[in-house]
Design a protein around this ligand. Sequence first.
Ligand code: F6P
Length: 364
Amino acid sequence: MAGMKRIGILTGGGDCPGLNAVVRAVSKTAMAEYGATIIGIEDGFEGLVAGSGRELCNADVSGIINLGGTILGTSNKGDPWHFPVAGADGPEIHDCSVQAMEHYRRWQLDCLVTVGGDGTMNISHRLAGLGANVVGVPKTIDNDLAATDLTFGHDTAVFVATEAIDRLHTTASAHHRVMVIEVMGRYAGWIALTAGLAGGADIILIPEIPFSWEAVYRKVIERSRHGKRFSIVCVAEGAKCPDVGEVVKSYDAKRTDAKQLGGVGDVVARRVAEGTGLETRVTVLGHLLRGGSPTPFDRVLATRFGVLAAHLAGRGQYGFMAALHGSVVEPVPIADAVSRLKIVTHDHEYVQVARAVGTSFGDA
Ligand code: F6P
């Protein structure tokens, strides 16, 4: 057993199916192979700044591989450099990175394992600059991290969205309606593209492919003329509508990314009703995509990432993030992973095959 390490672990940003599988894999591997003590830090970086954490024992991380959410809690408002602190006139944003490092040292951590998306990896990289040893695990249902082919959570989100499209098909065809399904994904269209492809959506609208209302109407009307008196439109929350742009629900300065997207489905449904005269309905899947049990694929990927992260932490190979390349899980420098978003390219194979089977992206 090489050294008795003290490893902190936190989950940051939005919750995502598979987080508990990572916490389990990191903890079990690090305890068994490196005799490590695991400190579970609560509510992401909020807990690091506030000093809230607890030692995890085997029983804490047992029986959780199938659970959604995170036993540690998470937050998207914990950026230590952009930290909301109660002030006389409401919350003020402060730099609390010194407090974060104080707790890192007080817990006598040899390494901090951070499980999160782009925001979390950015913060991890900055903490490394202050002297923290960090190892990253990439998560996001959006699958928009460039340094890894896949993030865990994405498969579950696509599974849920696909099932929803299947179910909505029933009402669409029975009532001869246009059903608009809005899915999450932020600035990337991966969930809409993949679920739209799997669910046989007639129109897929994503942030990466500009579309026109006329092309959307044309597709819906053309289907009607061919006897298909219904259509399924799968729209990513970040899709940019002509003359409207991105549809933002609200701004919250306390969040790492202030923008809360949402509402594009309503805009699309209204315009399609006006432009085609057909009855339309909207379903916003929202957080359903992130809830509940991870798929077997996500459980396995999360476990593979977690085991690698434990080995990196145990062996003292800091500054790396676990990544999937092809079928291999391997480390990549966190520095290479930050601020590089992976978005859908126009010539991506999924776009091509969707077009081949008649799906419109509203751009023709
Ligand atoms: O990044 C994951 C994600 O679910 C995005 O798809 C979405 O835009 C965002 O988080 C929503 O965040 P929140 O739960 O904070 O509203």
